[in-house]
Design a protein. Structure first.
Length: 876
């Protein structure tokens, strides 16, 4: 068999044939579903009259084929594993086909499959070709009429996109429902759901006074877990009207929760399908983080109705057009709904850990890749999160008002069309008159740009000279990089006054906080009328997705930590200060020198703990050290053990020095108010639990008692899970084991809680974790076919740095074994799971060899194109 081949953006051609209307009839059966399609097809005006009709289709058994009512002779078409090729077709015609497929054996969870007996679909990006023969590409848009026939007892509920237009009983206990979607759409937005589902219903009145019915469909036992998602949906609908002027366009909006789902959720027109983990919440079963995640994902999928569905992508290279924009929209929504600085801190700390790592590894790719083998491998942090950062930079460059005008123009001009990133950025340039030609490089150049900055204060002239130098490291396939247009939001904080000084550049007063534009390799900005020596506060609110290096002293950082007017940079100064201390300790550990705690970090923490800081959520973030993964990102070669030891040393030193303060914070932030996912309550819980984490770093007796009490009180899952995690991650197995057992038994019936139970155990630092993973993979609650379970158990283990990177290589081997098994069952999940092994270049030689050996072992298998593409890049 030959290796899978890439497709190239530069080969894009408009479709030779368009489908204007699609009618589908599904006769559902687990092993033999029949799908009849009637496609109204037209030749594209610019296509050659001799052009053949080429339809995608995979894993289908063709039963019949006809054009304008006449069955096609065998010689009239060719069929391969991937396409149906008809050489000679009229200019306009009706193509009728019938195929058979087996949802129950579809473990890839793409196309039509079964989850817990329920039928559901996932078509983005290229799943529709597993449902019927069709031009499966986003630039073919049709109206759809869909009839679903199912068993009235096992599938009482039959759903598809759009509006219900007919339903009724049939023979043999069967029944049907017909749905019509009046909005032309690409087939990746098609959806069907059938099963024994129950609904929660609500309504929303749109800004123009239309009443929209909102339905959340779940299995009966989950009816009590829908309230937060429904409330989030209504908030998102109102926010999109107010913020972007976007109104919903059907009379019905449905969300369905399914247990087996490859990703978070999917924006199918009028019928969003969600991973149950991304929609179900209850105070007793879901943490604050889960509540916030649900709110963000519900909003994200809803926002796609405009940024994605009404205006969609021309081809999959443009994926970030809809995803980057929509992530930016959901980030702003969550910031407006909760604590804006905390939202930014959390997003950026995740971004700098995970996206930076991706952008520095063998699978690094631009926001708009120019080729791919398997598009599912490109639903990445780069396309989504870096894409969102680039849209955010546009907002920063244009200002909100022009950005909004650009967005209005984009939606108006391209409504109902499948477009490109140039179309989007073009609207932004057109309304603002900002030249965005250099800015476009953000879309084509991979890798994280680094800015080396230095500054000098000239007392004699009252000037501050800031020099910024940018470089983007080489990435696979891109050795030479051009300078980018980087918006650097900044201030100069006076060391005497502690205040932002007025920025005057080339005689122009810019205010206290301004965006300067770095466009060349190196630029010096001379600020005049600077009355006192300043410390620069650079890249405020993380105004560009770059690594910024500035030779701050620890005194500078301690100063910014308390004086910077930008909340994000205050947090970042604390992180930088902690990093300097951690670097010293990592070096001490490697050199076998005694570790000494930097007293400046202790004092900075003491100030934080005792100053009456009003925003508890920000305070909790400021008291949290950089994660081991983030620290690793900063090292040229990752020393897993030294990082762990250094970070533990800092945690323990802080806990010893500030023990009483942590106890006081813990006590002051207890509450027996009934649970609500409000920003105030969430802030209080996170602060309390951060304090408890420090106390448990030294296994403080009182801390242990707090944990036991908090666990036993069963007040809400945030507190219960946190207490249980701290106990399980401590050496107090005498308390932890019974608690873990009780928790596992209590929640054995709830898959989403069992996911948490798995994760808690396999993320502990003790060396017995590998054996636990092996043991838990045999647990009745585990299933390798369920992506959530794989992520909760095996994925979480691969994030457990000291245990996954064991020097005997058994952690790597375990992951490789699971990847090999999943490669057959679910290639998309397998290709994601292998990621940690692809980062082998970052480790010491011994681990490099062990990791490579496992990649080579995987490579010897008959691989799916998904895993093939990732492993091939990793070994290149
Ligand atoms: N468009 C969906 C979202 O971002 C994700 C679809 C993922 N599809 C996939 N095959 N991985 O909301
Ligand atoms: Zn999305």
């Amino acid at each position: 068999m030959s290796d899978p081949q890439p497709v190239y953006l530069s080969d894009y051609q408009p479709p030779a044939y368009l489908v204007t209307h699609t009618e589908l009839t599904f006769d559902l059966d687990p092993a033999a579903t029949r799908v009849k399609a009637r496609l109204q097809i037209e030749r594209h005006p610019s296509a050659d009259s001799q052009a053949p009709l080429v339809l995608n289709g995979e894993h289908l058994t063709l039963i019949s084929l006809a054009i304008d009512g006449s069955p096609l002779a065998d010689a009239a078409y060719q069929l391969t594993d991937e396409v149906l090729h008809i050489a000679d077709v009229p200019e306009t015609f009706m193509l009728e086909s019938e195929v058979e497929l087996a949802p129950s054996s579809n473990t890839a969870l793409e196309g039509l499959y079964q989850s817990n007996g329920m039928y559901c679909t996932q078509c983005e990006a290229e799943g529709f070709r597993r449902i019927t023969y069709y031009p499966d590409r986003p630039d073919v848009m049709a109206t759809f009429k869909v009839t679903v026939i199912g068993n009235a007892t096992s599938e009482p509920v039959l759903l598809a996109n759009g509006n219900p237009v007919d339903q009724g009983a049939l023979e043999n206990g069967r029944h049907f429902a017909t749905w019509e979607d009046p909005h032309p759409k690409p087939c990746y937005l098609f959806a069907l759901v059938a099963g024994n589902l129950h609904k929660v219903e609500d309504s929303f009145e749109t800004v123009s006074g239309r009443n929209v019915t909102l339905q959340l469909w779940v299995e009966q036992e989950n009816l009590d877990k829908t309230e937060h998602a429904m409330a989030s949906l209504k908030r998102a609908m109102a926010w999109d009207e107010q913020t972007y002027g976007r109104e919903y366009d059907l009379d019905l909006f449905m969300i369905v929760a399914v247990n087996d789902f490859n990703m978070g959720a999917m924006e199918n027109k009028g019928l969003n399908i969600f991973n149950s983990a991304a929609v179900l919440t209850h105070p007793n079963t879901a943490t604050d983080a889960a509540f916030q995640n649900v709110e963000g994902i519900v909003a994200h999928e809803y926002f796609h109705n405009w940024s994605g569905n009404r205006v969609t992508c021309r081809d999959w290279f443009q994926l970030s057009l809809k995803e980057g924009f929509t992530v930016f929209r959901d980030q702003c929504f969550s910031a407006d709904t909760n604590s804006a600085p905390v939202k930014r801190i959390q997003d950026v700390s995740f971004f700098r850990t995970a996206q930076f790592a991706e952008d520095a590894g063998p699978t690094a790719h631009p926001i708009r890749p120019d080729h791919f083998i398997e598009i599912t491998n490109f639903y990445t942090l780069t396309i989504y999160e870096k894409g969102a950062e680039v849209v955010r930079m546009l907002r920063n460059l244009l200002g909100w008002e022009d950005f909004r005008r650009g967005s209005d123009l984009y939606f108006e001009r391209f409504d109902g069309q499948a477009v490109t990133i140039e179309d989007f950025v073009g609207c932004m340039a057109e309304v603002s008159d900002v030249d965005l030609s250099q800015f476009m490089r953000w879309y084509s150049q991979a890798g994280t740009p680094e800015i080396d900055a230095h500054g000098e204060y000239d007392y004699a002239h009252g000037e501050y000279h800031l020099t910024l130098r940018q470089r983007t490291p080489a990435t696979p396939g891109q050795s030479d990089k051009l300078p980018l247009h980087i918006p650097v939001r900044m201030g100069l904080v006076g060391t005497k006054s502690g205040q932002d000084l007025t920025l005057t550049l080339l005689g122009e007063k810019l205010g206290n906080d301004a965006v300067i534009h770095l466009t060349e390799d190196e630029q010096t900005f001379v600020f005049t009328d600077v009355a006192e020596a300043p410390v620069p506060s650079l890249l405020r609110d993380f105004s560009a997705p770059v690594k910024l290096h500035f030779p701050y002293s620890r005194e500078d950082l301690a100063f910014l930590l308390t004086h910077d007017s930008d909340g994000f940079n205050r947090w970042d100064a604390g992180q930088r200060l902690a990093m300097l201390a951690l670097d010293d300790l990592i070096a001490a550990h490697r050199n076998g020198v005694e570790k000494v705690m930097d007293s400046r970090v202790v004092e900075a923490f003491r100030t934080l703990l005792t100053s009456a800081m009003s925003d508890k959520a920000v305070l909790a973030e400021m008291l949290t050290l950089p994660s081991e993964a983030y620290i690793a990102e900063q090292q040229p070669i990752v020393d897993v053990d030294a990082i762990h030891a250094a970070r533990e040393f800092v945690r323990q030193s802080l806990a010893v020095a500030l023990r009483d303060e942590f106890v006081a914070v813990y006590k002051a932030n207890q509450s027996d108010e009934p649970y609500a996912p409000t920003p105030e309550q969430i802030a209080q819980r996170s602060l309390k639990n951060v304090a408890l984490t420090y106390l448990m770093a030294i296994e403080d007796e009182e801390g242990i008692t707090f944990c036991e009490t908090q666990f036993a009180a069963e007040h809400n899952m945030t507190d219960v899970r946190h207490a249980l995690t701290l106990l399980v991650h401590s050496d107090r197995d005498d308390i932890a084991s019974p608690a873990l057992k009780a928790f596992g038994e209590k929640w054995a019936h709830d898959p989403l809680v069992m996911d948490q139970w798995f994760t808690i155990q396999v993320s502990r630092p003790q060396p017995d974790v590998l054996e636990r993973v092996q043991y838990l993979m045999q647990h009745p609650a585990f299933s390798i076919k369920n992506p959530n379970k794989v992520r909760a158990l095996v994925g979480a283990f691969a994030q457990n740095r000291i245990n996954f990177h064991r020097l005997d290589g058994k952690g790597y081997a375990l992951l490789a074994d699971v990847v090999i098994e999943l490669n057959r069952l679910n290639p998309e999940i397998a290709a994601r799971l292998v990621t940690p092994l692809t980062r082998w270049q970052r480790f010491d030689e011994e681990r490099q060899q062990l990791m490579r050996d496992e990649l080579v072992r995987i490579k010897q298998e008959p691989l799916s194109s998904n895993v093939f593409e990732v492993v091939e890049k990793a070994l290149a």
